[in-house]
Write a protein that binds this ligand. Structure first.
Ligand SMILES: NC(=O)c1ccc[n+]([C@@H]2O[C@H](COP(=O)([O-])OP(=O)(O)OC[C@H]3O[C@@H](n4cnc5c(N)ncnc54)[C@H](O)[C@@H]3O)[C@@H](O)[C@H]2O)c1
Ligand SMILES: [Zn+2]
Ligand SMILES: [Zn+2]
Length: 396
């Protein structure tokens, strides 16, 4: 048993600092010391009640760390290995997995926020079970995850970069390279340049897209997008946005939405040329509906493509992305914003809500009193969230 400080979404109380018990790794499970965890908008979706979940739950799903111990059936990772965690541990048996399309696994238990056997390794001090978000729960000093979720990467990859490979980078780069299959010289527009959207811009650079139009409401984020390869930047609140995109691209081959808003999703087909792809990367609140003009889609042969995890296979794509970073082809460190202890989470979520700053990376084990310090173990910080408590009692 391991004792771990964690950020827990507690019924009716929002996000709280808690000391939890973590069971030892059994069977094919792996105990990981979390060295870094990115703060992704998907965590905010849960905090804000967009995606109802059973609580209490440890948030965080974009993590990297070091293997501390392994269960007796583990074959592929060893104590001391540096790993990036996958939030969609595949079953390796269903039709999608057999066909090499792990991001479509129909048997994964990650979306139920449990380990593959339906259990949770986490409990509160009074024995109450606590779930790990997407089977990981990386806002914690330690996590027990299935072996299929722990992908070994070279020790040279800095932990904050590894953490971002765990979600934003794989999703964004994969959206361009895998989901849309962008080819050199094709044009693209990216609506929303947070952590995921910036990674789409990087993926478009790898694929040789030209021109690349980045759209956001934050001038700082647009500045970074340009440094990462966008040839044009436009503000999302520009009333002439669609006309300007059409003028620059002649109708884009590919339009990516990386926010999760109905209005920006509905605008995608209007930015495309005939035969173009609208790629849905952003995730909406559950129950959101959008509408498109079906005549335009059929007549112009435009495609709406759903994108889960960048249509990526973590066991294949994480090491490739790490290698591209290490060889200087993919400047993933540029995506890392502030670093903080778990106590920095409320500020990180405020940043995500306001669309300011860059992606915060928390270091759960950072000792208190350091620049990345934390008040872990105490209850002195909390993020009550915009709709804190609305998830109470809700079952997914
Ligand atoms: N498909 C997947 O597998 C997958 C994986 C990870 C995250 N996501 C989803 O992707 C979305 C983005 O995640 P993120 O962590 O990058 O979020 P983020 O909050 O960091 O980024 C969103 C960006 O959109 C910008 N924005 C907001 N309104 C806008 C508008 N009207 N016009 C232009 N820009 C606008 C914000 O300024 C911000 O930069 C979320 O919905 C998240 O849940 C999906
Ligand atoms: Zn994410
Ligand atoms: Zn499967």
């Amino acid at each position: 048993m391991t004792v771990t400080n964690a950020a827990v979404l507690v019924p009716g109380q929002g996000l709280r600092s808690r000391v939890l018990r973590l069971a030892d790794p059994r069977d094919d499970q792996v105990l990981v010391r979390i060295e870094a965890s990115g703060v992704c908008h998907s965590d905010l979706h849960v905090l804000d009640g967009d995606w109802p979940v059973e609580e209490p739950i440890v948030l965080g799903h974009e993590g990297a760390g070091v293997v501390e111990a392994v269960g007796p059936a583990v074959r592929d990772v060893r104590p001391g290995d540096h790993v990036v965690l996958s939030w969609f541990a595949p079953c390796r048996r269903c039709e999608a997995c057999a066909a090499g399309r792990a991001w479509l696994c129909s048997n994964t238990k990650a979306v139920s926020n449990t380990l593959p056997d339906g259990s949770t390794p986490l409990s509160d001090e009074d024995g109450t079970p606590v779930l790990p978000f997407l089977g990981l729960g990386t806002f914690s000093e330690y996590a027990v995850v299935p072996e299929t979720a722990a992908i070994v990467v070279p020790d040279e990859v800095p932990f904050p970069v590894g953490a971002l490979i765990g979600c934003a980078v794989t999703t964004g780069v994969g959206a361009a390279v895998h989901t849309a299959g962008v080819r050199p010289g094709e044009s693209a527009v990216v609506i929303g340049c947070g952590g995921v959207g910036q990674a789409v811009v990087l993926g478009l650079g790898l694929a040789g897209a030209q021109p690349v139009v980045a759209v956001d409401l934050s001038d700082r984020r647009l500045g970074l997008a340009r440094e990462l390869g966008a040839t044009h930047t436009l503000r999302g609140d520009d009333p002439a946005l669609a006309e300007k995109v059409l003028e620059i691209t002649g109708g884009a081959h590919h339009a990516f939405e990386a926010i999760g808003r109905a209005a920006t999703i509905e605008a995608l087909p209007g930015l495309l040329r005939a035969g173009g792809n609208a790629v849905l990367v952003g995730m909406t609140a559950l129950g959101t509906r959008v509408s498109f003009d079906p005549f335009d889609l059929a007549d112009q042969g435009k495609n709406i493509l759903g994108c889960n995890y960048g249509s990526s296979v973590p066991a294949v794509d994480f090491p490739r992305l790490a290698s591209l970073y290490l060889s200087g082809r993919l400047p993933l460190d540029r995506l890392v914003g502030a670093e903080a202890g778990l106590a920095g989470l409320p500020a990180a979520f405020a940043d995500l809500r306001a669309g300011t700053g860059l992606r915060t990376v928390v270091r759960p084990g950072a000792p208190a009193g350091t620049s990345a310090g934390t008040s872990a173990g105490t209850d002195t910080w909390t993020d009550t969230g915009a709709n804190a408590g609305t998830n109470e009692g809700v079952r997914s």
